[in-house]
Ligand binder design. Structure first.
Ligand code: OAD
Ligand code: ZN
Length: 248
């Protein structure tokens, strides 16, 4: 069947890369951004963009604490989709994982080569000097003192170390993701609407250099027409099945 065929292509590829989005974390209880229970139905993206942070860091933090509570307070854990991807890497079938997620769950699941395109909300960074601390520490400061929480080194405002709208992606991560895409022979997209650039262009870059494209997503994506395999299903079912079919 199609799972077997996709698994064969994955196994035969000398370089295989996956790109994940919010749909992979949704089964862990982290709400996605778009769609029915999407974050952006409830929160105004403008209240959480980088201009708001620069203009009113205190008010930004008040909203961020709310969003964070919805996103991460349930203390999410990796689900079978994260585990299948970590397993594929351990078996040498997946060379790298590029993620748009900021929840750190791929590393929790044991994936090692993880490129975090949109940063990681478990850290906070000073906008002036680059001093970093854990998000828990920043939140503790925010809850016990004035907003925004501030840096120990220069007293600058701390910023969640996730990429905000209007902000550049971390350069090293983007360069690496583009290289990985261009060098891949198989490119697997899981749980992303593929609507946010530049991540959304990575699969096309892979396809241009001849990679087999595999898409696993509940809803349609703009890439479906170009993909070699489209699995319109739940990542917690399709990815473990794919992993199983790839074998050892
Ligand atoms: P989206 O919320 O845009 O898309 C999530 C996709 O996952 C949707 O197309 C759903 O159909 C699909 N999905 C949800 N649950 C699923 C499941 N159990 N199995 C399979 N598919 C499922 O999330 P992203 O594409 O990751 O940016 O969004 C990209 C970026 O937009 C995010 O990284 C964030 C946001 O603004 C930043 O934080 C900078
Ligand atoms: Zn500082």
């Amino acid at each position: 069947d199609r799972i077997r065929a996709a698994a064969r292509d994955l196994r035969d590829a000398d370089a295989a890369v996956a790109l994940t989005g919010a749909g992979v974390s949704a089964p862990s209880g982290v709400p996605p951004f778009r769609g029915e229970d999407g974050i952006w139905n409830e929160y105004d993206p403008d209240a959480l963009d980088v201009w708001r942070f620069r203009r009113e860091p205190g008010a930004f933090w008040a909203d961020w604490l709310d969003l964070r509570a919805d996103l991460l307070d349930a203390d999410p854990e990796p689900n079978p989709a994260h585990e299948a991807l970590a397993d594929l890497s351990a078996a040498g079938r997946l060379d790298a994982l590029v993620t748009q997620n900021i929840d750190g769950l791929h590393r929790d699941a044991g994936s090692e080569e993880v490129v975090e395109l949109h940063g990681n909300a478990r850290r906070a960074v000073c906008r002036n000097c680059g001093w970093t601390t854990s998000a828990d520490d920043a939140v503790a400061r925010a809850e016990s003192g004035d907003l925004p929480p501030r840096c120990d080194a220069c007293d600058g405002a701390l910023k969640p170390d996730a990429v905000l709208f209007g902000e550049q992606l971390p350069r090293d991560a983007l360069v690496r993701a583009r290289e990985l895409a261009a060098d891949s022979e198989a490119f697997l997209v899981a749980g992303s609407s593929l609507t946010v650039e530049p991540a959304a262009s990575l699969p096309a870059r892979a396809a241009e250099s001849g990679a087999t494209l595999i898409v696993v997503n509940l809803d349609e994506t703009p890439l479906d027409a170009r993909a070699d395999y489209v699995f319109r299903g739940d990542v917690t079912e399709v990815l473990p099945a794919l992993r199983e079919a790839v074998g050892e």
